[in-house]
Design a protein around this ligand. Sequence first.
Ligand code: ADP
Ligand code: ADP
Length: 229
Amino acid sequence: MIRFENVTKVYDRNARPALDSVSLEIERGEFAFLVGASGSGKSTFLRLVLREDRATSGGVFVAGQNVAALSSWRVPRLRRGIGVVFQDFRLLPQKNVFANVAFAMQVIGKSRAIIRDAVPEVLKTVGLEGKAHRMPHELSGGEQQRVAIARAVVNRPGILLADEPTGNLDPATSQGIMAILDKINQNGTTVVMATHDTDIVNSMRKRVIELKDGVVIRDEAKALYTSMM
Ligand code: ADP
Ligand code: ADP
């Protein structure tokens, strides 16, 4: 689903690369954590998948397509297949829960009838049935992140990228978010989550890809945050 072939990303010629000859493959349906210290290259990895940036060299393939070679008018279609969730939720503050999720469907031209069916269904998936009319400021952080996840997956993307999605949440709330991401993954969506959260990674026992200074120093199935080796 996602394949990096010898990917190097240089932002600043006088500094070391943000990613340095990274090669790896994440299969359709996998759940992978991307871990490593701040500055290790996690966000750069996600940005290259989304074609928010281009690799300096090497190939980034998403669903078989080399995204570096995509002409810019094809980039929106690439992004349509990728849901994204951030640490800071990024909801539209003037819109209620329903409208925040509906917006993701409106911008790609879905009909009112389809939206009316799909939004309550996805709100149920994230455990927010009954909160459709709340405004974001009326919700807890965990609930806001659930709205953001609902918005990210309502168009049924093949891939969900999550950049520190539990970074602003307490441990119990974070576990609730992980249960939702796990459910979405079990429904067939490939999930890649960048995180610093040791407890979360240790409790999930998923694939762990560890970056250090832009280099993959560990790639282990059913792993812990810190290698036992
Ligand atoms: P992480 O997400 O793991 O914190 P990043 O991918 O954000 O790491 O950063 C990797 C390296 O690339 C860091 O050294 C960072 O300073 C550098 N970097 C990231 N984005 C830019 C940018 N837009 N311009 C210059 N350097 C950048
Ligand atoms: P608009 O785009 O007209 O400003 P909103 O962005 O507030 O409207 O809402 C988007 C759509 O979702 C509108 O059609 C609105 O009527 C509908 N909507 C908002 N909340 C709900 C809800 N709880 N149940 C059903 N439809 C809703």
